[in-house]
Every structure is written in structure tokens, then in C-alpha cells.
Write a protein that binds this ligand. Sequence first.
Ligand SMILES: [Zn+2]
Length: 200
Amino acid sequence: MKCANCGAPIEANDEVCQYCGTRTAYGISMLEEHKRHEQEEQHRRELENLPKIKYVSEAFVIFVYVITLGYYAPYWYATRMKPLNDLDSGTKLPAWAAGIYALVCAGIIFSSEIGDSLGLSPEMSQEIFNYAFGITFTGSILLAFWVRRILQGYAAKFMERNIAVGSVASSAIMTVFFGPVYLQHSINKMIKMKLLAPQI
Ligand SMILES: [Zn+2]
């Protein structure tokens, strides 16, 4: 092999020409590999510094939602509360809100037992059930919007607020009807946008 610049002979593992200092083809490929390695390292460091939150596929969330008859929702809020609050987005999901929500959800399951133990008639138990159901329905919508606000507030650290609102959990209708499924979808999207790191 010869140097492309001065024509001097080049050894196979020379990165630069010994005579004129011109980088050899081998030297160029080594430099590129070094740059690529450097970029990978930087990317890894960036991910390490991002807040971590669980990545769960939307299909899995829907599956668990169905087999638990919707009781995955209080679990989802309870387990996401800490990582969401750690995002420091300016909005916090208060423990009491998620707690009351989980309690009322449990109340639905045990409404007839609760009614029996209080000596209530089946009609009264049904009434308790209806109220509890109404509260969880309203509560789940409130919690979903709360989380949506946290995610959008966090995204607004990286982009303009109106862009964040338009690109993270942007649909209010989806937030109402699909709650945690839609929110998990939004979190997954933020992981893909490299705003969040997936928790292993
Ligand atoms: Zn040369």
C-alpha cells in the first residue's frame, strides 16, 4: 500500500503516513470507530441521567386490565406515583388521592360484605356499590388528568409548553376513556423520544 498524498509505502496497521502524516484508509476507519464509540458512550450517559419509569407494552396493559376487571388501574397509579412525582414537573400526584381511589376500588369488591357486616339491606349494599362505582369512575378520570398534567409539565422542560402539550398525552378524550392504557402509551412514547429512560 502507498500513501495517497506522498506515495510512500504504508504498513497495514499504520493510522497515518510515517512520512507526511496523512491519515491512511485504515486510520480513517479507526477514527470513525472511535467517534461511534464515543457517541454510544455519550448516549448511554444521557440515558443514565434521565429519570427512569417503567416501560410496559400497551398490549400488556390492556391484557392485565381485562383479566383484573379494571383493578389494574389503582395498582398502576400506586406504582407510578413515586417515579411520576420524582419528575419534578411542578405537579404532584398526592398519596391521599391515589389512596382513596384504591380504597374505594376495594370497597366495590367488598360492597356486599361491607353491607352485610353493617347490617344493611341488599338494596342499601347496592346503593353503596353504585356510589363507590361513581366515585371510582370520577376518580379515575381525575387521576388520569393529573398524571397527564405531570407528563406534559415534565416534557415542557425539553420543549416549548404548547409543543409539549401537543405531543405528550395530547388527547383529552383518550385520557378520559383509556386512562392508564393511554398514559402508559404516552410514557412509552416519551421513552422513545428520549425524554425518559426505561426502568429495567
Ligand atoms: Zn504520506
